[in-house]
Design a binder for this molecule. Structure first.
Ligand SMILES: Cc1ncc(COP(=O)(O)O)c(C=O)c1O
Length: 430
């Protein structure tokens, strides 16, 4: 260390940091008590992985679809298609405070029961008017969807989804080894007559729906259709997998209650998440299921993973029961309204050829149809090159899209960024 420090005129701390980096790269090896040695050079030959594709067989999850979930784009891109909220809209100060307290709490470093901390399950159960025992704490909504699909549907069977749909649900079904059948939805949600046909034709026993502020359309399932969907589920002995991701993202009027609260017989299984209103990095969600379905879900959870990180559960519990939580949700509503209105106005001004399919009354996405013949793959690629992320509508369909669509999101960009992003997009289109 002394020699290197002299030779390179660097402090001991810098030399030590450099050695740590070289160790991490496997170029040097530290031997306690003896010193640091140059590591033996590994094999230089190029590995041959060709055999693996043959051994693995066809991929279940489409890598292209998967690449659009989670992080994409760069920090320089204006995020006009993004499933989470901008950092300034998240309760970061509260999370910092609660997080440091949770780290010092011994409970954070012990296991919880596999289904989750009893206190957190009680808080989540109250919101959905179920028993705490019906709640299974999971690592976010996406994991909840995969667990639920894998448990509720027999391997190889068909799951119905409203169309367009959340690409992550399509991935979840594929990853669970299921086939998807899609049923069209309009601004009132899934069309019951078409759902009845699909249930008859496919014998599917699971229907994936987002009854509140659907991603990507912003649609809310109308009260009549809520009843019809539950009647159909009962008639066909099917589950409705309710993705309630946008519960805390209502903007206008009252957010409709979860569909599970209308159903007494356990047809509805609900997935909820704190990723949107609290923080995507928290990775905390829940699957709510009653009867044998709930028992099976909780049993298979133990086979997958013994519990969600207790510290994360501790933080979620403190956040949901803090005075700051209702204040945060109130502020969020006002912020989302402003951003949604800025987006709708910018589209009307700069992109009049994009037809908005109903201004969303909640959630964070707005769905727009482009004139026939528009190439959304090219448009989204050109927008990307111009520094703007927009959602290519093709990814929201299981089969061919019926028309060219773009998905815009208003939760991740400021009103000024939204206006600038739409103006830039308009310039790339014309
Ligand atoms: C409709 C919908 N459901 C579920 C999720 C899952 O999110 P997470 O796994 O972060 O909770 C998302 C995220 O984008 C979503 O848009």
């Amino acid at each position: 260390m002394r020699e290197l420090s002299r030779e390179f005129q660097a402090s001991a701390a810098t030399v030590s940091a450099a050695l740590s980096e070289l160790t991490a790269l496997g170029l040097v090896r530290a031997e306690p008590g003896r010193g640091t040695f140059v590591a033996e050079r590994g094999r230089l030959a190029e590995p041959d992985y060709a055999w693996q594709s043959q051994a693995l067989g066809p991929a279940r999850v489409d890598a292209d679809r998967a690449s659009r979930l989670g992080g994409y784009g760069t920090p320089e891109h204006i995020p006009l298609s993004w499933g989470y909220l901008a950092p300034e809209l998240l309760p970061h100060e509260e999370l910092h405070r609660i997080g440091s307290r949770a780290a010092k709490n011994n409970r954070s470093w012990m296991m919880t029961p596999p289904a989750g901390s009893p206190e957190l399950r009680r808080v989540l159960a109250a919101e959905y008017r179920v028993e705490p025992g019906d709640v299974l704490v999971v690592s976010g909504g996406q994991q909840g969807l995969v667990f639920a699909m894998r448990t509720l549907a027999e391997a190889g069977s068909t799951v119905i989804t409203e169309s367009p749909s959340y690409p992550g649900a399509i991935l979840a079904a594929h990853s669970a080894g299921l086939t998807l059948a899609s049923v069209p939805a309009d601004s009132d949600g899934i069309i019951p007559e078409r759902l009845a046909d699909a249930l008859e034709r496919t014998r599917a026993r699971v229907v994936y729906l987002q009854p509140g502020y659907a991603n990507p359309t912003g649609a809310v399932l109308s009260p009549e259709r809520r009843d019809r969907v539950l009647e159909l589920a009962a008639a066909h002995g099917a589950f409705v997998l309710e993705d309630d991701w946008a519960r805390h993202l209502g903007i206008d009027g009252r957010t409709p209650p979860p569909l599970i609260t209308d159903d007494a017989d356990g047809h509805v299984v609900t997935v909820t998440t704190l990723s949107k209103p609290a923080s995507p990095g928290l990775r905390l969600g829940a699957v709510i299921a009653r009867g044998p379905a709930g028992e099976r879900l909780r049993a298979s959870r133990t086979a997958d993973d013994l519990c969600v990180a207790p510290m994360v559960q501790e933080i979620a519990l403190s956040l949901l029961t803090s005075n700051a939580w209702p204040r945060h949700l109130k502020r969020l509503r006002a912020e989302l309204a402003e951003r949604r209105d800025a987006l709708a106005a910018a589209i009307r001004q700069h992109l009049p050829s994009a037809h908005i399919q109903g201004t969303p009354s909640g959630g964070i996405h707005l769905w727009a149809r482009l004139p026939h013949g528009s190439d959304t793959r090219q448009i989204s690629a050109d927008a990307y090159a111009a520094g703007v992320l927009v959602g290519d509508g093709r990814h929201f369909f299981v089969d061919e899209p019926p028309a060219p669509f773009l998905r815009f999101s208003y939760g991740a960009a400021t009103p000024a960024q939204i206006t600038e992003g739409i103006a830039r997009l308009a310039r790339t289109i014309t």
